[in-house]
Design a protein around this ligand. Sequence first.
Ligand code: ZN
Ligand code: ZN
Length: 635
Amino acid sequence: MITDHQTGSALENIEEKILTARETLEQAHAKSMDRIIAVKIDGVARDLFAEVPEGAQVEPIYLDSDEGLEILRHSTSHVMALAVKELFPGVKVTIGPAIEDGFYYDFDYERPLKEDDLPAIEDKMQEIIKANLPFERKEMSSEEAVRYFGKQGEDYKVELIRDLGEQRVSLYTQGSFTDLCRGPHIPSTGKIRAFHLTKTAGAYWRGDENRPMLSRIYGVAFADRKTLKAHLQRLEEAKKRNHARLGPQLGLFSTHEEIGAGMIVWHPKGMMLRYLLEDFEIKEHLRRGYELVKGPEILKTDLWKKSGHFENYRENMYFTMIDEQSYGIKPMNCLSHMLIYGSRIRSYRDLPKRYFELGTVHRHERSGVLQGLLRVREFTQDDAHILCAPEQLNEEIKGVLDFVHDIMDVFRFDYELEISTRPEKSIGCDEDWEMATKALMEAMDERKLAYEVNEGDGAFYGPKIDVKLNDALGRKWQCATIQCDFTLPERFDLTYVGKDGQKHRPAMIHRVILGAIERFIGILIEHYAGAFPVWLAPVQAIILTVTDRNLPFAERLLDSLRNSGVRVKADFRNEKLGLKVREAQMEKIPYMLIVGDRESEKEGMTPRLRSGENLPFMTAGDFTGRISEDVKQRR
Ligand SMILES: [Zn+2]
Ligand SMILES: [Zn+2]
């Protein structure tokens, strides 16, 4: 806290000297000075000790604001670099930006830096924080800076300065470490209160596989320990829920080096889950007036040229030759749907046409970005194309928005909307783009939905609405998209006969609700931590016998439940009940049906929930009724 007396004494010499940002704020009695870590001078983020030109506007940046946290995180990366330099002589530094929740720094050392190195680095960082070293800024000419870093063998810094091509650069020093940096920074290392180094990874210098492989150390940093702790708990929970680990463990899917990267093999339980989702989706589409269609996996390359995909999407496609004719494996499902529409004369009375396909597509993704079920090379989309009269477009978009809402509600996901506008690489005329963008925005406005605008982020053929859902851990996932397209109907010369007896061009929407089924299942596994609700659980119940005496009744019960459509399995092994219960719990089966002497005699069961809660004794009929109710309520 600044006392009046102190402020008063600072005021005495304002006349003579230029004030720093900190002094200006102190003079203005800014609130919570100790939480201010930087400032904006005329809107530009600067250090607290930056000089304030006369008449400039100074605004504080608080530690726990978004901007404050970014500065804190980036500054923590400098502290980590100092620690690493002290611990590993000869290490070369590269860059250390702030990222979501934290920061990283890439180092070049004689051996890769590993997780085992992290505790020592953290300890060293704590010492540096305790010493409360100031971040000191100085400027010098680029030539001078090249000499300065060159002398220390910091080749990466030299390369960065040369590439910057600036006359002058700024450097920041804490203790024995000086880094090339634009800043701003926290005033001193003591402002760092809560950080943790999370992991190491290999990363090529500038992401270029022909350049040296560096050691990247990731960390997280927050304004206080409580927030850090909550974040680390969330990370731990996310690790436990990781679908790439849980999926194979629960017998849902696997991947195989001998099959190829980014290709998923579905095991019985995973395939059941997939079937349940797809069946649910087909019914929901039929209810909303969609028609089921299906096109082939490979189509002549000439058709991809006609659609514009060859020109705009070729690098993500696979091609093959058949009878000296080039074919492209479909990366999207649109083309067959266009040919279905174009196969006969359409009247305005037939519109809208809503074609739905669970369409399997192949896209080439770089091997480095492939990730579990989330990023794969073969996947199935719940894809539909809606062809309608331009004046029906608004109603159709609203229909899709409502559809998205209903489906997200089933999974208890809340979501956010974003609209993406025309990108640089795109086809179609300005008027069409404008009309389509307006149609999307108006539909969201009329549904009173809030949305963000991503300028220039649309598909090459039209603007789109992206839906980002929030999972149980508060993470965001992009799933549904609604894209307008005035181009394909034109390229395929699709028409309908209007009321006036003339031919008109229909408008078109491409849309997915879940997106890629693979990816959506990956998200569901993590959202539910593998404990699927009864309506989606591949196995809904397991019958556990207490002794072999109970076998005759248990077998009859198994048949009877199966006949009633319950997805049930049996564990009739001559093992301890406790062990069988534990194993069923590991499998996350919603109901365990324990059959002992009492149950055999009274011809019923005592269900136990996966939470450990026991239900009262009930008959097979009672239980089937309970399951049907769960399925009906989608719980
Ligand atoms: Zn910096
Ligand atoms: Zn499409």
